[in-house]
Ligand binder design. Sequence first.
Ligand SMILES: *Cc1c(COP(=O)(O)O)cnc(C)c1O
Length: 381
Amino acid sequence: MIEVPLVDLNSQYRRYKKEIDAAVAEVLESGNFILGSRAHEFEVAFAEFCNAKQCVGVGNGTDALILALQALGIGADDEVITTPWTFMATVEAICCVGARPVFADINPINYCIEPRQIPALVTEKTKAVIPVHIYGYLVDMDAIMRVAGEHKLKVIEDAAQAHGAERLVRRESGQSWRAGSCGDVATFSFYPSKNLGAYGDAGAITTNNEQLAHRLRELRNHGTLKKNLHHGMGWNSRLDALQAAVLLVKLRHLTEWNAKRLRLAEWYNRELTAIAKSVGVEIVCPSPVNAPSHVFHLYTIRVPKRDELVDYLQQQGIGCAIYYPVALHQQPALKKLGVASSPLPYAERAAKEVVSLPLCPELSEANQNRIVELIQAFFKR
Ligand SMILES: *Cc1c(COP(=O)(O)O)cnc(C)c1O
């Protein structure tokens, strides 16, 4: 039985029950369930949170990616460069619009796409790059934007794991990169376990491009902004009012939650580094970072004997998990589509060695202690 879950949504709900229940009841009373004023209010608040001009609420993070690609005019015969180290949805979206994913290997320290790998993969067909802020770590967007600029590629940030991640740009003091405001467009998921999670499926797209936002608003709602006047074909992928109401409540707490995640991650780093030294094993912790460039959606380490450690921890009731056991370029679904890839050694090594430990703002000190003690006991055996 799992006693310490990877993410503890129950505790979170109990703590904010009053605020959340009131917001939900208000929507139920209003009788407006699709988009409406709650969704609009959330879009305004989330755009501001991301430092972006526009936010378009959609049904989920996968739709957000599909609509973003479509709005940028990416489709059949186009190529999109992305990372093999992400959730399947990133690549599904590329395939869904008829384009072909091309994989660049990752940086072994932060697990994000390595910008230096990109130029060699660009062909006449390459239209865009999708960097993913994996585990909550903001990709080196300076480098991505430079490469994209040189090759005239659109940039779609997959920010599904990185709500609130931000890094100062030193050369222009004061200016910062914030997830959701760096590329041409950015996509977010509010899947319940994400740093900002709904109570069901929900997603959003942010952009500084007003025209693109307009097109996205049409696309998400059957190609229409005005009932029964359709300017094109679209989809049904709208943010629902109940989810928007929940997200508005949670957004108020997100900065505090992200700060707590960072503190817990720093504690893990300190304890695990000490354990590694004392028992003489190599545990690779996330590199120390300045807040808030990492919002620690997941706290992921690399260890020897990974599979045995996962079994051991799970037997002891610790809900650790592997993100991801198979890199995307090696997934059967992509092989079936004939997406060939050269070996990507860093992604392949990560698939064998990573494990994510429980981390969420509700993780107690006692449980975090227990986790590191168990890891020490495992390596001492
Ligand atoms: C969760 C996630 C998605 C998909 O979001 P859904 O809301 O589940 O559709 C896409 N990309 C990444 C990196 C994710 O973590």
